[in-house]
Structures are given as structure tokens and as C-alpha cells.
Ligand binder design. Structure first.
Ligand SMILES: Nc1ncnc2c1ncn2[C@@H]1O[C@H](COP(=O)(O)OP(=O)(O)O)[C@@H](O)[C@H]1O
Ligand SMILES: [Mg+2]
Length: 246
């Protein structure tokens, strides 16, 4: 019994019959239809598709940033689609991290202050928050940028701050929407290697949205969307994957 329990990874995100419509004045856009998906703990899952296929919409529903028109999303078994705004905010602070294409750092805060932010909600002392922020900023190679403001850093550096912020509180899931969309190819590799290394260390789940086939190589699994529907769901073979990332 115990052995099989250990070998079966836990479902981290469960999606059932998800549908999202956007109502415009005289038109309705069906951005997602009949989405069913189980994403496992520790899985790096890429949501792949062309522009307009519904990737960001799906990520927004999975992360509880928007309410679906129909259907449910569960994270760690919690039906997040049924939570109130306050409950949802608390749930996100505890369990979820985000990496954004445009970094979304607070411009009037230093790198250290930006990274320490997610720890504020956990009631940790300022001293401990700063200590953790500095430690993770060193891990992403920014030991000499601790007091820099976002505008004083390159895009790649800002995104490394973004990654540090997403992982500092050790969330169960990190959502990343086109995280390297504004970066050159060399920086893209650095940033993706960092995201993957953090995720592997603590067995975290990553949901990575991208239109770039190169990025999909970092994933354990590629879920392809066309017109708001899943048309393909492929697990990347272990050997192949390791070859591609080393
Ligand atoms: N807030 C919105 N209002 C109306 N339509 C939207 C909204 N957000 C997205 N859409 C539409 O939903 C579809 C999917 O968009 P999106 O999820 O942003 O695609 P992707 O991220 O794959 O480029 C598109 O047709 C888009 O125009
Ligand atoms: Mg998008």
C-alpha cells in the first residue's frame, strides 16, 4: 500500500468542464470550451498555442484571477472557483507564485523589497523577510543589485527579481505567462534554467504559457490549445527532456 502511494504523484491542479465566455456588446467570445485537465505535483506543464488560442485565459482561470463561466478548478483539492474574493486572495498568497512577461515589479521598491513582498502576508518579521529575499536574490545572481530599483536593471535582471519573488515563499504552484517574451535568446535560457531548477528542488508545479516551441522543451508535458480547446496533450520523454536542457 505505502509503496504505491509514494509512487503515485498527487494531483495539484484539477480542471473540470471549464468554459470561459467574454460577453461583448453584441457578441460573445468563447475563449475556452470543455477543458478537462489534471496537472500533477512537481510537473512542469506547458500550455502551448498560437496567439489568441486561449492560453492566458486558461492560466487566469487556473490561478483564480478570473471566474470561469462554467466548470471548476481545484488546487490541492480546494475548489478555488467556489471561493470568495477574500478567500481566494488568501489562498493565492499561501500557495501560488506568478512570473509575468512584463515583470510587474513595484517601481518604487528595491529588488530586495520586491522579493520580500510575498512574505509580508505570512506574518514574518521584517528582518527574516529581508534575509530570505537577499538569500534568494544571491541564488539568481543578483548579489550586487539588492538595492537597485527596477528601472536601474536590465530586462533579464528584472525577470530574475521576478523569479526570486515568485519562489521566495515556496508556493505549491508557479504560473508563468510568456515569462521570456521580452528577453533575448541567451537570457531566455538562463531564466528558464532558473525556473526549472527552483521547481525541481522543492517539487513545485509550474504552469508555463508560451507560443514559442523552444520554450516548450523545458516542460515535462505540453498541452496544446487551438481555439480554446485542448487538441494535444503530450508527455515529454525523460531522456529527451534531459538532453534538451543540459
Ligand atoms: N477580456 C476579454 N474580453 C474579450 N475577449 C477576450 C478577453 N480576453 C481574451 N479575449 C479573447 O479570448 C481569446 C483568447 O485570448 P487569450 O487567452 O488572451 O489568448 P492567448 O493568450 O493564447 O494569446 C481571444 O480571441 C481574445 O480576443
Ligand atoms: Mg496570452
Amino acid at each position: 500500500m505505502e509503496d504505491t502511494a509514494k509512487k503515485t504523484p498527487a494531483v495539484m491542479i484539477k480542471v473540470r468542464n471549464l468554459r470561459k465566455e467574454y460577453r461583448l456588446e453584441d457578441d460573445t467570445v468563447v475563449a475556452l470550451k470543455r477543458i478537462n485537465l489534471d496537472i500533477m505535483q512537481g510537473e512542469i506543464c506547458c500550455i502551448f498555442g498560437t496567439s489568441g488560442s486561449g492560453k492566458s485565459t486558461l492560466l487566469n482561470q487556473l490561478a483564480g484571477l478570473e471566474k470561469p463561466t462554467f466548470g471548476d478548478v481545484y488546487i490541492r483539492g480546494v475548489p478555488i472557483t467556489q471561493l470568495s474574493e477574500n478567500e481566494l486572495a488568501a489562498f493565492r498568497q499561501k500557495h501560488i507564485g506568478f512570473v509575468f512577461q512584463s515583470y510587474n515589479l513595484l517601481p518604487f521598491m528595491t529588488a530586495t523589497e520586491n522579493v520580500a513582498m510575498p512574505l509580508m502576508f505570512r506574518g514574518e518579521s521584517k528582518r527574516l523577510r529581508t534575509k530570505k529575499a537577499v538569500a534568494i536574490l544571491k541564488k539568481v545572481g543578483l548579489a550586487n543589485r539588492l538595492r537597485h530599483y527596477p528601472r536601474q536593471m536590465s530586462g533579464g535582471q528584472q525577470q530574475r527579481v521576478g523569479i526570486a519573488r515568485a519562489f521566495v515563499a515556496k508556493p505549491d504552484v508557479v504560473f508563468a505567462d510568456e515569462p521570456t517574451g521580452n528577453l533575448d535568446s541567451k537570457t531566455t535560457i538562463e531564466v528558464m534554467d532558473m525556473i526549472k531548477a527552483f521547481a525541481r528542488k522543492f517539487n513545485q508545479t509550474i504552469v508555463l504559457v508560451t507560443h514559442d516551441p523552444e520554450m516548450a522543451k523545458y516542460a515535462d508535458r505540453i498541452v496544446t490549445l487551438v481555439d480554446g480547446k485542448i487538441v494535444n496533450d503530450t508527455k515529454v520523454a525523460k531522456g529527451e527532456k534531459d538532453e534538451q536542457t543540459t
